[in-house]
Design a protein around this ligand. Structure first.
Ligand SMILES: COc1cc(/C=C/C(=O)SCCNC(=O)CCNC(=O)[C@H](O)C(C)(C)COP(=O)(O)OP(=O)(O)OC[C@H]2O[C@@H](n3cnc4c(N)ncnc43)[C@H](O)[C@@H]2OP(=O)(O)O)ccc1O
Ligand SMILES: O=C(O)CCC(=O)C(=O)O
Ligand SMILES: [Fe+2]
Length: 361
């Protein structure tokens, strides 16, 4: 038997190679595996079924060139209510900035395992910079076919000192260039809730903390047996996602069963509502379940920016939303507790939000 086969037949060796030594699934993929290691085989009910794809359905594509136009505002609020997901084009984030951050993502994941592993949970100089694989390798019964670098923004100085040199400038540029778009989207969405005026306190509550992730999904030997990212909704207020031209992101249809593909559109950004905004809007804006399939022939990258409340903020339905007598569906929760609850378990679809539900629901 070839040495590689011996190595990968043993549970602890795969985990050690991928998780502890920092090779990630990229390292596994590059060994030219013929079969998926058993650690990655998802139970039948978590595998993606092509039969559930609705082929001609699409999330809205919104042209933001005239972004003060009330029709554009209406499309954004309608999409947030009906789909929880939409794509934007002519969004004013320069296309070169998007190209540069995609190149930087490839540059970071192209580094040696030893170099990337300097940012692992165990070795990283800060909790705000984390290279890892899958989602929560301790809690998951089956691992996910994805490596990531997660960068929590604190200050330019910290980013400059602690983020990986291979990508720090480009990630900062992308994150900062998206700020105008994010503010515009939040202004429109707040107006749709009749939450008027974006004072400093409200702005901090909606977008007080920012985390940018670089995701890498390498070629997988048996993509039908595993997932890139399992079913989940984001815990953010809003997520701005840049994807490359490979495809594979699916959004749950309104029937709760079907899946709708989010086709790559050159120069576009995918926007989705996260749990924090679902809670603050008392369920009017929907944070929708999504997943990423594994791919048998191409490597894929994506770069989500998660716009969040600050960890120390308490979130709950806005008083303006309840002013007409609407009953609150969610209680007040400390955002840090909510996020910890999300990260402590494996992906489990829309269950995270139950943490914030009032017990009568
Ligand atoms: C990775 O694959 C993913 C990620 C996602 C992400 C979706 C999002 O919506 S991310 C947005 C999250 N919101 C924020 O980052 C905003 C506020 N941040 C916080 O509140 C804190 O940073 C914290 C996340 C609560 C962490 O608090 P702290 O106690 O100071 O720090 P830790 O001890 O490092 O973390 C606690 C616990 O959480 C896990 N964790 C933290 N950050 C990450 C991360 N970036 N990626 C993975 N796991 C993380 C960490 O493992 C800790 O667990 P323990 O085992 O140590 O208890 C969507 C889909 C994906 O596939
Ligand atoms: O890679 C993608 O397209 C989506 C990733 C995702 O859902 C996430 O990182 O939360
Ligand atoms: Fe997500």
């Amino acid at each position: 038997m070839a040495p590689t086969t011996v190595l990968l037949s043993d549970f602890s060796d795969v985990t050690d190679f991928v998780v502890n030594q920092g090779n990630g699934v990229k390292g596994l993929s590059e060994m030219g595996l013929k079969a998926l290691p058993k650690q990655y085989i998802q139970p039948l009910e978590e595998r993606f079924s092509e039969k559930k794809i609705v082929p001609h359905e699409s999330i809205p594509i919104i042209d933001m060139s005239k972004w003060d136009d009330p029709e554009v505002a209406k499309s954004i609020c309608d999409a947030a209510e009906m789909w929880g997901f939409f794509q934007v084009v002519n969004h004013r984030v320069p296309l070169q900035v998007l190209d540069r951050v995609k190149a930087a993502t490839h540059r970071f994941f192209g580094l040696s395992a030893a170099e990337k592993n300097k940012y692992s949970k165990e070795l990283s100089p800060s909790n705000n910079v984390r290279f890892g694989t899958s989602f929560n390798t301790q809690a998951e019964k089956a691992l996910e076919w994805k490596d990531y670098l997660s960068l929590f923004y604190v200050s330019d100085d910290e980013a400059s000192a602690l983020w990986p040199p291979a990508c720090k400038d480009e990630v900062l540029e992308y994150t900062k260039s998206s700020e105008v778009l994010i503010k515009q989207l939040l202004k429109v969405l707040m107006k749709g809730l009749k939450v008027e005026g974006t004072d400093e306190a409200k702005e901090a509550l909606l977008m007080g903390s920012v985390r940018t992730n670089l995701n890498y999904y390498p070629i997988c030997p048996n993509p039908e047996l595993t997932v890139g990212v399992g079913r989940h909704s984001d815990v953010s207020t809003l997520t701005i996602l840049l994807q490359d031209d490979i495809g594979g992101l699916y959004v749950r249809g309104n029937d709760g069963e079907s899946w709708i593909h989010v086709p790559p559109i050159s120069g576009s950004l995918v926007i989705n509502i996260g749990d924090a905004l679902q809670i603050m809007s008392n369920g009017k804006y929907r944070s929708v379940e999504h997943c990423v399939i594994a791919n048998g022939s191409s490597n894929r990258i994506s770069v989500p920016i998660f716009i969040n409340p600050r960890p120390q903020d308490t979130i709950g339905p806005f008083p303006e939303v309840l002013a007409s007598g609407e009953k609150p569906v969610y209680k007040q929760v400390l955002y840090k507790d909510y996020v910890k609850h999300f990260f402590r378990k494996a992906h489990d679809g829309k269950k995270t939000v139950d943490f914030a539900k009032l017990s009568i629901f």
